[in-house]
Design a protein around this ligand. Structure first.
Ligand code: ADP
Ligand code: 5GP
Length: 403
């Protein structure tokens, strides 16, 4: 809580229905959502390097500093703000790099509402905007020892530029050849529990007595690299991802028999007898849950490894049949001029660019189409679509997609 700064009263006159710039500071915007005014921007504190958020309740005049989830955007020399769907504020930063120019501050999304109960203050969440979409991640589940890891490494070896592995966090200790940051992020329970509370995980589960989880970042870094993400997670995790906004393809791997599963688990030689017994007990439940209607899109039996691998490639359309999907390199965005000003019409945000920082920028108006936005906190906001309009050109010739 605090007092409204001096500039505030005279600047907050008029209609704030879609967010607008606070002229007096240039670095701050105020956006009205119901009874709350979200003031976004730097403070007088020179040491602050990220964009701060404060909330003013219109009816009571109270200030609240919210709990901010997600990675905060770095301060820029100004930004514009526009309210989308009453639940998020889109920020367009001036003078920023291509992958740092659009951010979304979620104020009333499902993710924010889910985390409101965990904290005593208001909760908001940042999500970085990314141009274009990515292919659906692939979730691979199945009992321990069935061959998930073996199949995934085959896939990554054969198609290194196409797939990337989501590196999970776990509280279990590393096996002999396992490397931190490659096979898992090996971590401590208390640290992981704190990150879970802070909304950094897409899903987590207690598996065979340890905590395992997929951070939003683990999936997003793969997508940022233009690759399709593969997740190796247990059935509880698959269920959580199914219930989350992340759209994915779900594949369950079955052993040919329980005896064969036991043989493989012992032959791998990475667990003690006690741990093997625990994994086998859990396998029974997992094999049952794997058949749950609507949970998995595909079930593959891993009897002969080569045959199973061929079947996996077939269902991912990697066997030369139709639908081969090569990774799209992520298109570049442009650097927005410093003095951008924006307005919103339906699902299109118009940006006037007055400073020539890119070729012909002084003649261009940019349109940010937000009709197909996907994702959001705790991951990236994807599906941003930019067009440039040259107001001096006629008809459709004046519109071109930026790439
Ligand atoms: P998971 O990742 O599901 O726990 P792994 O990929 O580690 O399982 O496989 C467990 C063991 O079984 C490994 O030693 C692996 O080499 C072996 N394995 C995997 N698939 C087969 C198969 N189809 N036939 C025989 N052994 C297999
Ligand atoms: P392991 O200890 O053999 O590497 O993995 C044990 C189990 O944990 C496997 O079934 C594996 O799929 C699952 N697992 C690994 N990472 C994750 C994760 O991030 N989330 C969940 N829910 N399960 C995971």
């Amino acid at each position: 809580m605090g007092e409204a700064p001096a500039f505030f009263e005279e600047d907050l006159q008029g209609d704030f229905s879609d967010g607008f710039d606070l002229k007096s500071k240039g670095l701050e915007t105020a956006t009205v959502v119901g009874d709350k005014i979200y003031v976004i921007g730097g403070t007088d504190d020179e040491s602050t390097s990220t964009i701060d958020v404060r909330i003013l309740y219109k009816s009571t005049g109270e200030w609240v500093i919210p709990t901010v989830l997600g990675t905060k955007p770095k301060l820029s020399k100004g930004h514009s703000a526009v309210l989308l769907n009453e639940d998020r504020i889109l920020i367009v930063k001036g003078d920023s790099t291509p992958d740092d120019c659009v951010w979304s501050l979620e104020v009333d999304t499902k993710f924010v509402r889910e985390h409101n109960n965990n904290f005593e203050t208001e909760v908001v969440a940042w999500s970085r905007g990314v141009k274009g979409d990515v292919e659906k991640p692939i979730v691979i589940s199945g009992p321990s020892g069935v061959g998930k890891g073996t199949l995934i490494s085959e896939l990554m070896k054969e198609f290194p530029s196409m797939f990337g592995f989501s590196v999970s966090h776990t509280t279990r200790g590393p096996r002999d050849k396992e490397k931190d940051g490659v096979h898992y992020h090996f971590t401590e329970r208390s640290l992981m529990e704190k990150d879970i509370k802070d909304g950094k995980f897409l899903e987590f589960a207690s598996v065979h007595g340890n905590l395992y989880g997929t951070s939003a970042e683990a999936v997003e870094v793969v997508a940022d690299a233009g690759k399709r993400c593969i997740l190796d997670i247990d059935v509880q995790g698959a269920r959580s991802v199914r219930a989350s906004p992340l759209e994915a393809v779900f594949i369950f791997i079955c052993p040919p028999s329980f005896e064969e599963l036991e043989k493989r688990l012992r032959a791998r030689g990475t667990e003690t007898e006690e741990q093997i017994q625990k994994r086998l007990r859990n396998a029974k439940a997992e094999l049952e849950q794997g058949q749950s209607p609507g949970l998995f899109d595909h079930i593959l039996v891993n009897d002969d490894l080569d045959t199973c691998y061929k079947n996996l490639k077939k269902l991912l359309c990697l066997d030369g049949s139709s639908g081969i999907t090569t990774p799209k390199s992520l298109p570049k965005m442009f650097v927005l001029p410093l003095d951008n000003s924006i307005s919103k019409i339906d699902q299109k945000i118009l940006m006037n660019c007055g400073t020539a920082k890119i070729e012909k920028a002084s003649q261009l108006m940019f349109v940010l189409d937000v009709s197909s936005l996907k994702g959001g906190a705790p991951g990236r906001t994807r599906g941003l679509n930019f067009y440039a309009i040259d107001p001096f050109a006629d008809g459709l010739n004046g519109i071109r997609q930026l790439s």
